[in-house]
Design a protein around this ligand. Structure first.
Ligand SMILES: Cc1cc2nc3c(=O)[nH]c(=O)nc-3n(C[C@H](O)[C@H](O)[C@H](O)COP(=O)(O)O)c2cc1C
Length: 214
């Protein structure tokens, strides 16, 4: 794998580019960690983007970085995460980012993206036209490898579902703070997600969250 610059990420996320044969790791820019509206103002505004008029404006690398960090990035100088995970375990729900230019796995350790495919998987992973047209879609998947190591705490996927609630709520609030719309959705084509993202047989796609800007 080769490293791509932040500038190239901007191209990946913002523009339609010719498909590239080589998969790539993408270092994200630093997330926003201060400023913006206060938490209570954000809670007063929080809402899901409308299914009928979901915005299709592109998300910048800086915005994507901040939303991913809010969803499961490291905080407290690397001692914890922005959402609570059972037993203080590292995140056991993975976030994939699907764009028309390809799909990526968020690596919270390096705050980077690892390219999984350069294909536009959006038409396959959803039945909803507004999701197929979205600038960017987060796909949350239970990480069975990590769940297995905490089997004493795990009741099926319930801990993973609880985590997706916290992760997506943080993503909603961070997105709202940046003027971006998001929508938590359980409607997804699980078989297509597993196939296109090359998941393990036991990994479970849990929800998706299209993102877009007016
Ligand atoms: C567990 C859960 C599952 C959801 N699944 C879908 C879905 O499959 N499709 C969809 O369009 N919206 C879905 N939503 C979004 C809700 O319909 C939306 O949150 C609700 O209409 C309230 O709107 P609000 O978020 O603006 O308050 C889901 C929300 C939750 C919490």
């Amino acid at each position: 794998m080769r490293r791509k610059s932040v500038l190239f990420l901007a191209l990946l996320v913002s523009l339609t580019i010719a498909a590239s044969a080589a998969l790539a790791d993408v270092k994200l820019p630093d997330p926003k960690k201060d400023g913006g509206d206060g938490i209570f103002s954000l809670l007063e505004k929080r809402a899901s983007g409308s299914r009928g008029a979901f915005p299709t404006g592109k998300i910048s690398p800086e915005e994507l970085s901040s939303i991913l960090w809010a969803a499961s990035g490291q905080n407290r100088g690397g001692k914890g995460w922005t959402v609570p995970f059972a037993g203080g375990k590292p995140p056991y729900v993975k976030i994939y980012v699907a764009t028309p230019e390809g799909a990526f796995l968020y690596d919270w350790k390096g705050h980077s993206l690892t390219e999984v495919t350069d294909k536009n998987v959006l038409p396959e992973i959803t039945q909803d036209d507004f999701v197929k047209q979205a600038a960017c879609v987060l796909i949350l998947v239970s990480d069975t490898g990590d769940m297995g190591r905490m089997s004493n705490l795990n009741a099926g996927n319930s801990l993973a579902y609880i985590a997706t609630g916290a992760m997506t709520q943080n993503a909603y609030l961070a997105a709202d703070a940046l003027g971006i719309s998001g929508r938590y959705m359980v409607s997804l084509n699980a078989d297509a997600v597993k196939r296109e993202l090359k998941l393990n047989d036991t990994d479970s796609p849990l929800c998706i969250m299209p993102l877009g800007k007016n």
